[in-house]
Design a protein around this ligand. Structure first.
Ligand code: HEM
Length: 326
């Protein structure tokens, strides 16, 4: 996969694409129309060509797309066994808050600095998918001020960079067939913003574990209630296990919808699952992440993003995919 760069290369499956000003999170289910699986396979294999076609029209806008494939249709679509850790999103049930599992066979994470490029790319891909998929959820995210979420906090600071980024996101020799791929978990959260605003800034900062204005990390609590930052930090045998997040705000003031679309990329699925356990069940159990008192998870799906080479190789079919009628 590519190393972050504004202008080159145009390559699909760029997990480490630069932060963009806009993004589309498109979750699809494969239909049971005859020929659907073959058509999905052919469309996924064509993604890198479509990406080149659209991205080339403005290289500065850095259009990228990462495709994730879910466990339910993985074997049929890719004709390969499952990546070692891949399974459907496992719901998490805490005493106060739940992380539901919702359908999703294909994820397109489309990023660019121009909304029209995302739109055009999505249009061309959806034309090819034709009746072979059903849209489960489409969320258009936008970048808000200094990379802040709608709760007002800078979101993404602790993300790994450089060599560490590749180490925490890309599968390595532990699963050689899928080396260079990445596990993805997405969850759509909505916020009761009016309630959040009744808290003082100090109360909000204690929940997040960082100051609001200047984004300084606060000390971890020795005992009792832990902040979001602390609960999302996973340390096993003295080794910290990170992930890459590219969360985006979404919503509409007119309809009072305010949300955060969470997307996490990881070399190991268990790391994200462990974070969710600590947030929803709590550490110690009972002391859940107070961020959840102001954030409701409405979706939850897990995917594996294979390397660009794996995806392109899916085009090596002896026969072209049959046309699909919706
Ligand atoms: C840190 C917001 C959900 C994992 C943070 C920070 C903010 C934030 C503001 C501190 C700054 C930073 O380092 O990015 C949110 C919001 C969420 C959300 C608004 C949804 C409503 C999640 C979920 C996970 C997660 C579901 C994992 C499953 C992390 C991690 C960190 C973090 C790993 C960095 C911790 C560290 O300092 O090492 N989040 N988050 N977040 N969050 Fe979240």
């Amino acid at each position: 996969m590519s190393v972050s760069s504004r202008r080159v290369p145009i390559e699909s499956q760029s997990v480490d694409a630069p932060l963009s000003s806009t993004a589309v999170f498109l979750v699809l289910s494969v239909t049971d129309v005859p020929g659907a699986v073959e058509n999905v396979r052919a469309t996924l294999a064509a993604i890198s060509d479509i990406l080149k076609n659209v991205a080339f029209r403005d290289l500065d806008a850095a259009l990228s797309c990462t495709v994730g494939i879910g466990a339910r249709t993985w074997v049929e679509v890719t004709r390969s066994p499952l990546p070692r850790e891949l399974h459907s999103f496992r719901p998490v049930t805490g005493a106060h808050h739940n992380a539901p599992s919702t359908p999703g066979d294909i994820l397109l994470h489309i990023r660019a600095d121009r909304r029209d490029l995302c739109f055009e790319f999505e249009r061309q891909v959806m034309d090819l998918f034709s009746g072979s998929v059903r849209v489960v959820d489409e969320t258009v995210g936008f970048r808000y001020f200094d990379v802040r979420d709608l709760l007002g906090f800078v979101d993404g600071t602790a993300n790994p960079v450089g060599q560490e980024l590749r180490e925490v996101t890309l599968v390595g020799e532990e699963d050689p067939t899928f080396a260079g791929g990445s596990y993805i978990v997405v969850q759509k959260y909505t916020h009761p913003l009016a309630e959040w605003r009744t808290l003082t800034t100090e109360q909000q900062e204690a929940i997040m574990g960082r100051t609001k204005a200047d984004n300084i990390e606060l000390e971890d609590a020795d005992s009792g209630q832990k902040s979001h930052k602390t609960l999302a930090t996973i340390t096993v045998d003295g080794v910290e296990h990170g992930i890459l997040r590219d969360n985006m705000p979404f919503g509409s003031p007119a309809t009072h919808e305010f949300g955060t679309y969470f997307i996490g990329y990881s070399r190991h699925l268990w790391v994200i699952e462990h974070m969710l356990q600590r947030m929803f069940i709590g550490d110690p159990p009972g002391l859940h992440d107070r961020l959840l008192d102001f954030s409701t998870a409405v979706t939850g799906s897990t995917f594996f993003a294979p390397s660009a080479a794996f995806l392109d190789a899916m085009s090596d079919d002896p026969e072209p995919a049959p046309p699909v009628k919706p």
